[in-house]
Design a binder for this molecule. Structure first.
Ligand code: CMC
Length: 383
């Protein structure tokens, strides 16, 4: 019997120097740095630089990246027109996927044959920075369009996180909110060979282009077993309503064998290393917005579910209510994940192309035995 690893669980498929997930010590390192240290001390732009280049930027390098980021913040008019073709009631992840595909088509127009598609490392780094820079405009435009609001132009005097919130809400965010948002972007930026990153690496391994890899990754991230879980957590919170409803709600949900979104992880079985940092950010938001009811629901559901099933929260559990408190629409949560994870995806595409091997696993056939079309006479039998 072939030993099939369903879902590739436990299979190590390649090396990576981008990040290290260690479920034993409950730690996550980006290029060697613990993610909680980065979240507490760095702006997201510096962490993006680290993930792409392997080292934190000097002041000059950070200033240069920030200048480039500012220069690509505006959504090109034709991409905006393309987004407008996406139905308003389509899922925003479909809108993001379409926008990134259009940006790729624009950028690669006239670039020749597929043989040149994968591009050099330098070209791919500058494409990565461009996507990282324009994604806030795509996400902010999407939320405003669904709310019937006009787009808001970026502000050159604001750094990435503050400008993202400005373009979404049209007002300057409180530093407490900017800090919590910046931390969430850092925590979401990278997580080794998760489903969407692996998708990006599979696509890159065929020597396709970086944009195609990223568009495929968006599709993988949309699912509720992956990035879609942060949105799903809020749907659950809305269903439960308040802390006192948790026990009857959970009794019914478990009796129906429902999966409780925001809990469980393929790699971490004793708690997700990113949760304490995001929970601390959620605590600051709860205090800032004076919403102890949110905390009560969060903590009651967590303790009830953990004590009954021994399954711990993942990053999507605290980030869902955090984004809700900040004012994002529930449907915007997974696009926010895209804006962060674009850094990890692109760092992995560049790494994959640096030591490429086509990713092409095998399968064990379990369909019907060989059979034949009645009356078919093979060509060589006619002669
Ligand atoms: N609610 C209820 N039961 C669960 C949950 C959950 N959230 N997670 C795992 N289980 C149970 C599952 O039903 C199974 O039970 P049994 O052995 O009796 O059939 C057992 O635990 C093992 O679960 P699994 O789904 O086989 O484990 P996995 O490693 O394949 O799945 C997971 C990991 C993330 C897909 C799963 O925990 C899940 O579906 N969680 C809810 C969705 C979610 O929060 N996803 C976000 C993941 S982390 C952030 C990200 O990557 O985006």
């Amino acid at each position: 019997m072939t030993d099939i690893k369903k879902g590739l669980a436990g299979v190590v498929v390649d090396y990576t120097a981008v990040s290290k997930v260690n479920p034993e010590t409950n730690s996550l390192l980006y290029r060697g740095y613990p993610v909680q240290e980065l979240a507490a001390t760095q702006p997201f732009e510096a962490v993006a630089y680290l993930l792409w280049n392997g080292e934190l930027p000097t002041e000059v390098e950070l200033a240069r990246l920030r200048a480039t980021e500012r220069s690509y913040r505006v959504l090109p008019a034709d991409v905006r027109a393309g987004i407008d073709l996406v139905p308003l009631d389509a899922h925003p992840m479909d809108e993001v996927r379409t926008a990134l595909s259009l940006i790729g088509a624009r950028d690669l127009a006239g670039s020749g044959s597929v043989l040149d598609a994968s591009g050099s490392a330098a070209e791919n780094l500058s494409r990565s920075i461009r996507l990282f820079s324009v994604l806030p405009a795509i996400v902010a435009y999407g939320q405003r369009r669904r709310r019937g609001q006009q787009p808001v132009a970026p502000r050159d005097d604001l750094d990435y996180a503050a400008n993202f919130l400005w373009m979404t809400f049209g007002e300057e965010a409180d530093p407490v909110v900017v800090d919590a948002f910046n931390r969430s972007m850092i925590l979401y930026a990278e997580h080794s060979f998760n489903a969407s990153t692996f998708t990006a690496r599979v696509i890159a391994s065929t020597l396709s282009d970086l944009y195609s890899a990223v568009v495929g990754a968006v599709g993988a991230l949309k699912g509720p077993l992956h990035g879609g879980a942060n949105e799903a957590v809020l749907h659950i919170f809305d269903e439960i309503g308040a802390a006192e409803n948790v026990v009857p709600w959970l009794d019914a949900a478990l009796a129906e064998k429902r999966k409780i979104m925001g809990f469980g992880h393929r790699v971490y079985k004793r708690g997700d290393s990113r949760v304490p940092t995001m929970k601390a950010a959620l605590d600051t938001l709860v205090a800032h917005y004076d919403r102890p009811d949110v905390l009560a629901l969060y903590e009651t559901l967590e303790s009830e579910f953990v004590s009954r099933k021994g399954i711990y929260p993942n990053l999507d559990y605290p980030s869902g209510p955090a984004y809700n408190l900040m004012g994002f629409d529930t449907l915007t949560f997974t696009p926010l994940f895209v804006a962060a994870r674009i850094v990890g995806w692109t760092a992995h595409v560049i790494e994959q192309l640096g030591a490429n091997a086509l990713i092409r696993p095998l399968s064990e056939y379990n369909g019907p035995d060989e059979r034949h079309i009645e009356g078919y006479v093979p060509d060589d039998a006619v002669l």
